[in-house]
Design a protein around this ligand. Sequence first.
Ligand code: SF4
Length: 432
Amino acid sequence: MPKTGKVYIETFGCAMNHKDSENMLRELQEENFSQTSSPEDADLLLINTCSVREKPVHKLFSELGHLNRIRKESSKIGVTGCTASHLGDEILKKAPYVNFVLGARNTSKIREVLYRDGAVEIDITHDDSLHSFGETPISKFQKSINISIGCDKKCTFCIVPQTRGTEISIPLDLILSEVRKGVEAGAKEFLLLGQNVNSYGRRFSLKHQKIDFTKLLREISKVDGLERIRFQSPHPLHMDNRFIEEFATNSKIAKSIHMPLQSGSSRILSKMKRGYTKEWFLDRAERVRKAVPNVAISTDVIVGFPDENEEDFRDTMEVLEAVRFEQMFSFKYSPRPLTEAENFPNQIADEVAGKRLQTLQKRHLEILNSLAEDRVGKEYSVLFTDFEEGCLLGRTSEGYLVKSLGTEESVGKIKNIKTTSSFRTYMKATIL
Ligand code: SF4
C-alpha cells in the first residue's frame, strides 16, 4: 500500500468512538492520508464499530459487503472499535477481504496494522492511555479530550468492559497540556470524555499524584483562555456532594449534566448492577437542581430489561415526572453478546417493551414541550460557533441550540441572549 492516499471512515456509536476516529485520522495524516467522504475513491476504508446499539454484528457485515462491492480494487479495509474487539479474527473468517481488525483499546496502533495484512489487535489490557492526543477539534472553538479509557463497572447490560478493558486515567499533566494547546489554537470549550468520567483518578498507568474528578475540573478551569468545560459521561453513583458543589460554583463548568438513569426501579437497578437506587438518583438530581436551578439534565433509559414488571416501569415513569429531563435517550432492552444480562431469565416480550417505550417517550415529549415554553423570555449565555445564511448558531451553557440574527464577528465569542421563541430542539433569540 502506498504511503499516501485517501481514507474513508464510518463511525458508529458513542462520543468515545468518534474521538477514536479523530485520533486515527490524525495518525493517518502522519502517513499522508487525507480524508474523503467517498468510499469509491478511498485507498483505505475504515468502519469504527459499536456493540451497544441494535444488531451490531449484522450491521457490520452488511456494511462491509456494501463497501467491498463499491471500493477500488487496490484499496484496503479495516474494522475497528467495539465489535472488532469482541469478534476479533471471526471478522477475517467471515469477510476474508478485510485487511485488519483493530479493537477499541488498540486504535493507537492504526499506523502499525496498516501494512500488516491479516493483523488482529484486540488486546483489552493494552495501555492506550499515554497515546498522545493531537489536534482533533470538534470545531475551531471546541475540543474534546480523553481523560480516561475503559471502565471498571460491571453493568450487566453493557459490553464496554469487554471491549475497552479496565479503566485507566490519563495523567493530569497530559490533559492540561492538551487544554493549553487547544486554547492556543483558539478553542474556548472543552469536552472531557471517558466511559465513566467521574471515577477519574481510580488508576493511572504510572505512579501519579492522588487526584479525583472534582479536583481535575478545578485544575482544568484554571487554564487562562478556557471558557467552558463539558464532560461525558458521569455515573450517578459518583456524584458526591463535593462534586455537586464544584459543578454549581465553578463558573467555567457548563450547566448541563448527563445522569444516566437506565431504570427508575431499585430492583431493576440492582439487577443491572448500577450501584445506586431510585432514591439515590432522585436525591442527586434534586441536589443538582437546587444548586443550579437552570441546569439541563439529560439521561439514558432502558425499558424492558429482563424481569421488568409494570411496577418497575411505573418507577421509571415516576423518576421522569420528578426530574423532567431536558433530554432523554431511551431504548428497548435487547441482549448483547458477552454481557451478563444476555442469559438472564424472564426476557421481556418485544411487544411489551415496545409499549412501555412508547408510553415513556410520549410523556417525555409533553414534558419537552412544556420545558421549551418555559424558556421563552429567559436569558442565556451562548458560545456561537457557526454562521450560516445570516444566522448565528451556538449552544447555551445548558446545551440548548440557539439560532440568532447577527454578524459573523460574533463567531467564537460568548454572548448573552434573550429567547424569543423556543422549540424542543432549538431556540430563536436576540443578542443582548
Ligand atoms: S458504567 Fe456501566 S454502562 Fe457505563 S460503560 Fe461502564 S459498564 Fe458500561
